[in-house]
Design a protein around this ligand. Sequence first.
Ligand SMILES: NC(=O)c1ccc[n+]([C@@H]2O[C@H](COP(=O)([O-])OP(=O)(O)OC[C@H]3O[C@@H](n4cnc5c(N)ncnc54)[C@H](OP(=O)(O)O)[C@@H]3O)[C@@H](O)[C@H]2O)c1
Length: 339
Amino acid sequence: VLQQRVVLARIPRGFVAEEDLRLAEEAAPGPGDVVDGEMLVRVLDLSIDPYLRGVLAGRHLGSAAVPLGGLVPGRSIAEVVVPSSGHAVGELVCVETGWQEWAIVRAADAQRVSMPEGVPRSAALGVLGMPGLTAYAAVTRFMALTPGDTVVVSAATGPVGSTAGQLARLAGCLTVAVVGGPEKARLATEYFGYAASVDRRAPDWVDRLAAACPDGVDAYLDNAGGEVLRGVVAQLAYGARVVLCGLMDQYNDGPPSVLPATPLIGRRATLHGLVVYDHEDLRPRFTARVATLLRDGRMRLLEERHAGLAAAPGAFCRLMRGENVGKVIVEVASRDADT
Ligand SMILES: NC(=O)c1ccc[n+]([C@@H]2O[C@H](COP(=O)([O-])OP(=O)(O)OC[C@H]3O[C@@H](n4cnc5c(N)ncnc54)[C@H](OP(=O)(O)O)[C@@H]3O)[C@@H](O)[C@H]2O)c1
């Protein structure tokens, strides 16, 4: 049996282009290929994430570069077809599969997926998964919030930003979104409940941010880098906490993000560099809290869904250009139970 997979055709330069990735066909793994401790899984929902841009260029934390012709990595919600001990046929797991229809995975790397009533399983790739944990770590470990603080979040409608913004609002803070474009600015306030939003593309966005934060910025979650980071840091309040989380601008081969020292010193600010993998210890508390908030309707999620593996390269390009609206998911297959 043949399967589709997406492989690296060319190392991306600047904004990733669809031609950098290529759809390929090869023999799908079968039950006979599974050895002890492994499982055969069928990919259902594939997660598309910004860190993959760094992985493709061979510059994401310690991960090895993807060779030309190599499978594009990525996590999925997958259905167990050939289980290992402790797992069952038909069970849903969250696991690294890469961009392909079928995968053999180590059972020890697969996390069982269970969702609160009414929450889509793909939330385990977004607000209840790695991006959500990132936001939870930023807010609970580094922001040191007290009610009434002004909290600014960039990429504020994405899975990391929207989770952080909602957690900060629920902690009694005044939340301000920095987003790209008027549509997302509306979404930030009307759907995600930010008190105000600012379009980072507007020429006077720094003045608008200052107007939305009359007492200055007490805590800032930076997902953008570049000019957005500089613009927000210029508005810090005394004792501000800045969480450096993502550098969207720089991932696209933009210039290195540079921080101005003067406001950081003058405002006695604290900077935290965040890498989600350091915060696994928070996962049980994070999962319990966010699952409760989702179930009770006090937290919202938003997904941008694409149908079929062939749509993955285009979906990734949209994300890296900042055109996505919500967590980007590619539906690779549906379960019999879904139809
Ligand atoms: N440190 C960690 O451990 C960790 C873990 C997970 C994610 N992250 C980072 O968190 C950030 C958000 O991730 P996410 O998964 O929630 O993705 P996301 O917000 O859905 O997508 C990224 C968003 O970045 C915004 N953006 C800001 N400046 C941009 C620029 N110059 N070019 C393109 N887009 C730009 C865009 O939104 P607007 O147009 O609305 O600005 C875009 O939609 C990313 O930087 C990611 O790398 C870090």
